[in-house]
Design a binder for this molecule. Structure first.
Ligand code: ADP
Ligand code: MG
Length: 277
């Protein structure tokens, strides 16, 4: 059973791309076949994984607007690590798809038709709640929300959860928020601890809403500390494990990879494909 995870926060600069790329690299290093879908027209994940947008062939733009199969776009970038890249053209998909019926489920259907099997599909979302993000939410079973621990961290979270709730009610009943990844974390600061406390209260207060898609959400124990190596590695087109394997950034993402494997959300394992105990 593939874990399909949308990495989403409509705010920019919170660590979505860094988390998508380095978590994917951490999983692939352990031998889990992993696919990254770069849904952000800025193509930062594509670049971070060492590909030049546009130069290495078609992108998710052609998948979404012209029905090109994912297999024609996918590139292997390391052992067990694959990416379907982005291109600035993807920004036009929003407008081009306006008249298309079922435009929010194109990616879901393309993934279902893909014959490759992956253990993890990680989707890097743009900083908006438009059609690209909707495609990710319809194709995903889980949402990871990267969040930077500062005093405005929770601002916008209600809007994000509202969108996820609507998608889960109307289109994708399997969708769950698995957790929050604290990024750019300053350990030992009062602010960091306060944000964690606020977040836990925030989710606790909302868990009472019956059948909400975040009833199992938690703040992942693995915090991604601020680490300059994480900020440097994208410009070399390398994950943190290639660029600085003994950095704190590498150990934090390895720890997150370990943690999430112990926590598949319940309800997403259909009885038929539940792994044998
Ligand atoms: P988003 O995709 O949400 O816009 P990014 O992952 O691109 O956010 O991160 C924003 C900026 O912060 C980037 O320059 C990135 O390299 C840097 N960054 C992200 N996480 C860390 C971290 N833990 N430590 C240091 N820099 C980070
Ligand atoms: Mg990004």
């Amino acid at each position: 059973m593939t874990r399909r995870i949308a990495v989403l926060n409509q705010k920019g600069g919170v660590g979505k791309t860094t988390t998508t790329v380095n978590l994917a690299a951490a999983l692939a290093r352990e031998g889990h076949r992993t696919l990254v879908l770069d849904l952000d027209p800025q193509a930062h994940a594509t670049l971070h994984l060492g590909l030049m947008p546009g130069r290495s062939g078609p992108s998710l733009y052609e998948v979404l607007t012209q029905g090109l199969p994912l297999a024609d776009v996918r590139r292997q970038v390391a052992d067990d690590l694959f990416v379907c890249g982005s291109h600035i053209d993807l920004a036009a998909a929003e407008v081009e798809l306006i008249g298309t019926v079922g435009r929010e489920v194109i990616l879901r259907d393309q993934l279902a038709a893909d014959e490759e099997s992956y253990e993890f599909v990680l989707m890097d979302c743009p900083p908006s709640l438009g059609i690209l993000t909707l495609n990710a939410l319809c194709a995903a079973r889980e949402v990871f929300i990267p969040l930077q621990a500062h005093f405005l961290a929770l601002h916008g979270l209600s809007k994000l959860l509202e969108t996820i709730h609507l998608v889960s009610k109307r289109v994708n009943r399997d969708l769950r928020v698995s957790g929050v990844v604290l990024c750019l974390y300053e350990s030992g600061t009062r602010l960091g601890a306060e944000v964690v406390e606020d977040l836990e209260k925030f989710f606790e207060a909302r868990k009472r809403a019956p059948s909400s898609p975040w009833s199992e959400a938690e703040v992942f124990r693995s915090r991604i500390r601020r680490n300059i190596r994480l900020a440097e590695c994208p410009s070399f087109g390398q994950s943190i494990f290639q660029y600085a394997p003994s950095s704190r950034g590498a150990s934090d993402y390895a720890s997150l990879a370990g943690e999430i494997q112990g926590r598949a959300p319940s309800g997403t394992w259909a009885a038929a494909d539940r792994p044998a105990a």
